[in-house]
Design a protein around this ligand. Sequence first.
Ligand SMILES: Nc1ncnc2c1ncn2[C@@H]1O[C@H](COP(=O)(O)OP(=O)(O)OP(=O)(O)O)[C@@H](O)[C@H]1O
Ligand SMILES: [Mg+2]
Length: 262
Amino acid sequence: METNKTQIIAVANHKGGCGKTTTVVHLAAELVECGKRVLIVDLDPQANVSLHIGKQHPSEISITSAELLTHEENLLVDALEEETNFKGVSLIYGSLNLGKTEDQLKEYSPRPNEELKYKLEPLFGIYDFILIDCPPSLKILTSNALAAADYVIIPIESGSQYGLYGVTDLINHISKIHRINPKLKLLGTLLIKHDKRQNVCKLIQDETNNTVGQLFETTIPTSTKVNQAAILKQSLIDIDKKSKIRLSFSELANEILVKLES
Ligand SMILES: Nc1ncnc2c1ncn2[C@@H]1O[C@H](COP(=O)(O)OP(=O)(O)OP(=O)(O)O)[C@@H](O)[C@H]1O
Ligand SMILES: [Mg+2]
């Protein structure tokens, strides 16, 4: 990895509840453990990342990613919050206002899909990683994340027979984004709630290999510690440093660092 290069990674899949937010939150914590400077941009109106790592409730924040995207002036300095529940992880909050953002961008922005890319530019070189949590849709908010990103991670819910539903639409969408962001690459597909002993997981793993490919060697197991961490607003490192689930996110961070350095 070049020094001072900021790697922007979008975590995207329009399938709801497949593990996007969980991946963003715990990957961020592990990258900090590896000595990296990390910012999370919450682009989801559900604001789940913000509810987990934010010190304040998203409704109390006046400049969130919604205002960052829709104001002509770059409000980055006001949007950036360095103090979060996760030491070393900065946050641009998401909020319910993001629900109106897509219509506002369509109406007022000359480049509705490229506002985030432009607004994050002053941060290049300041963070090692910017992780973007996408909403469960393929509309303008997700396009903004993909247009700004160097890489995309696609989490796939391995324990569900519907885990791959719609994934070809996502791949087609990524191809379309290449027209405005030719550097975007698939960093990997990540199997979530994966259990090698279960047939459904093995089937989804084979099917993911055949349809998308580029599976991370790391897989993420099922663990109630994930919900516990969200409720307690802590990282898995705080909850149980030696647990299988924590070690899997640590392994994921290391796999990513090795991939980006090679
Ligand atoms: N490895 C795991 N083990 C157990 N539960 C998990 C795991 N990963 C995620 N979950 C739980 O599954 C639910 C969905 O996860 P998450 O919120 O990360 O998905 P998402 O893709 O961000 O959802 P959305 O599309 O709504 O934004 C959450 O309740 C989360 O706590
Ligand atoms: Mg989410």
